[in-house]
Ligand binder design. Structure first.
Ligand SMILES: [Fe+2]
Length: 214
């Protein structure tokens, strides 16, 4: 089972190189640095035993995480679009019900015991990274404020420079427009932290691209 998973991630990694190049070639160049956002209270205190870039399976567990499996991938680049190799990319997020695997999360939505919740990887020679995860659920912060589904990112460069931010989904327009954290970012920069999930026939999953410009 683990071998099959590793094989899938390998396939996605080699696929992603062509895919990202295509997207970068086909779109207008990004001129802005990725906006910083707050870390939030749910960065892990205890890290899961399984610490890879596939959050949908925990080593030794029989079942896969609940919810829609998605791929998030992109490149870590300098302002001049040069790839940054060996950057550490960490993600953490709520499971599909909107609950973090964190003792301070007050949400009483059911926690998914098969969801890894946090993972990390290093960027390869061309600056690319890939994660397999689930689309997170949104969660209420107050009675009038529900956070849209989002994934937290921490990127640490070999120089130790760090960027902390959050990634959102274009299909969550209403919640995105009301989110007090996303809305701290100037409107014209918000697209830099919002991804559009697009179906991949090859992997039978939706894929979101997120390039991180530091
Ligand atoms: Fe969060």
């Amino acid at each position: 089972m683990i071998l099959a998973r590793r094989k899938l991630l390998k396939q996605i990694e080699s696929f992603s190189i062509g895919y990202i190049t295509l997207l970068l070639a086909g779109t207008k160049q990004i001129s802005d640095l990725t906006p910083q956002q707050i870390e939030g209270p749910f960065y892990p205190i205890n890290f899961p035993i399984d610490d890879d870039n596939d959050l949908t399976w925990i080593a030794d567990k029989k079942n896969q995480a609940l919810g829609e499996k998605i791929i998030i991938m992109g490149k870590v680049l300098t302002r001049e679009y040069q790839p940054i190799t060996s950057a550490k990319v960490e993600i953490w997020q709520a499971c599909s019900s909107g609950r973090y695997n964190h003792e301070y999360d007050p949400n009483n939505a059911p926690i998914d015991p098969n969801f890894q919740g946090w993972g990390w990887t290093n960027t390869s020679g061309d600056g690319s990274y890939v994660f397999k995860t689930v689309k997170p659920g949104g969660y209420s912060v107050t009675r009038s404020w529900k956070r849209p589904p989002h994934i937290h990112f921490k990127v640490t460069l070999p120089s130790q420079q760090e960027l902390i931010t959050q990634l959102y989904f274009s299909e969550e327009k209403t919640l995105n427009e009301r989110d007090k954290i996303l809305q701290r970012i100037p409107q014209n920069q918000q697209p830099l932290v919002i991804t559009k999930l697009m179906i991949s026939e090859k992997f039978k999953m939706r894929i979101g691209q997120f390039n991180i410009i530091i």
